[in-house]
Design a protein around this ligand. Structure first.
Ligand SMILES: Nc1nc2c(c(=O)[nH]1)N[C@H]1C(S)=C(S)[C@@H](COP(=O)(O)O)O[C@H]1N2
Ligand SMILES: [Mo]
Length: 223
């Protein structure tokens, strides 16, 4: 569609970095072999707490013109959704505060996000019964996948703000998904397309050795 066409990508894909991470997955690097109970332990096994907010991407940070930004929910839904940024911001807004856990071992506590809950968008789209999986696509070409049950959780949201300020481009602005109960690679930045599917469709890191689900307390780093 025309409005999605010209999204300038700034930077160059870091092939070497991607290959290194893929090697780590093959070797099982960073694994402690421990499991933890999220009700008892706030910090998942093998993680360390940081105060800053690291930036991780494939080397490209798309420069999305807010006028051209679209969010679509398609596939196995009764009512496909296609929103402009203005329409998205007019939906009921929520705040969520949560901890995030990156597979590269940093965790950050108490992140405040503002945006639209996944539940609100799903109510609009009305998933069909056969919809069991979700494939997410971003403006940098990144993809990731979730089971419906992981996507539809109450705490998940499409966030446009972090700590009370508009989400910076490097962290996924205008809008990113936040799925705090899984490793942060399952939270796509610059998200644009949500497809509800009958069969699972592994995403960028999932086909490069990362775990298909990515539960930090089970230390599901690699699959
Ligand atoms: N579109 C897109 N989303 C993405 C990524 C990416 O490269 N592209 N990287 C993922 C990974 S591996 C992590 S750890 C988090 C990092 O988010 P941050 O840069 O805001 O810390 O974004 C995830 N979402
Ligand atoms: Mo990551």
């Amino acid at each position: 569609m025309a409005e999605d066409d010209a999204v300038p990508l700034t930077g160059k894909v870091k092939d070497k970095l991607i290959a290194t991470k893929q090697d780590w997955a093959r070797e099982g690097r960073l694994l402690t072999g421990m499991h933890a109970d999220p009700r008892a332990e706030r910090l998942p096994p093998g993680q360390r707490l940081v105060q800053d907010f690291p930036v991780l991407d494939l080397g490209v940070q798309p420069d999305v013109n807010p006028q051209n930004w679209r969010l679509r929910i398609e596939g196995l839904v009764a009512a496909p959704v296609r929103l402009t940024l203005e329409e998205f911001r007019a939906l009921p807004q929520v705040e969520r505060v949560n901890d995030i856990h990156c597979v590269t071992q940093w965790s950050r506590y108490d992140n405040s996000w503002h945006g639209v809950s996944v539940a609100t968008l799903l109510e609009m789209a009305r998933p069909k019964d056969e919809a069991r999986f979700v494939a997410l696509t971003s403006y940098d070409g990144y993809t990731t996948n979730l089971a419906m049950a992981d996507f539809a959780r109450e705490e998940n949201l499409f966030a446009h703000s972090w700590e009370g300020a508009p989400l910076e481009r490097r962290h996924g602005g205008p809008v990113r998904l936040v799925v705090p109960h899984l490793y942060f690679w399952k939270s796509p930045k610059w998200v644009t397309r949500i497809e509800l599917l009958r069969e699972d469709r592994p995403g960028f890191w999932e086909v490069r050795g990362y775990h298909n689900r990515g539960d930090p307390w089970m230390e599901e780093r690699y699959g």
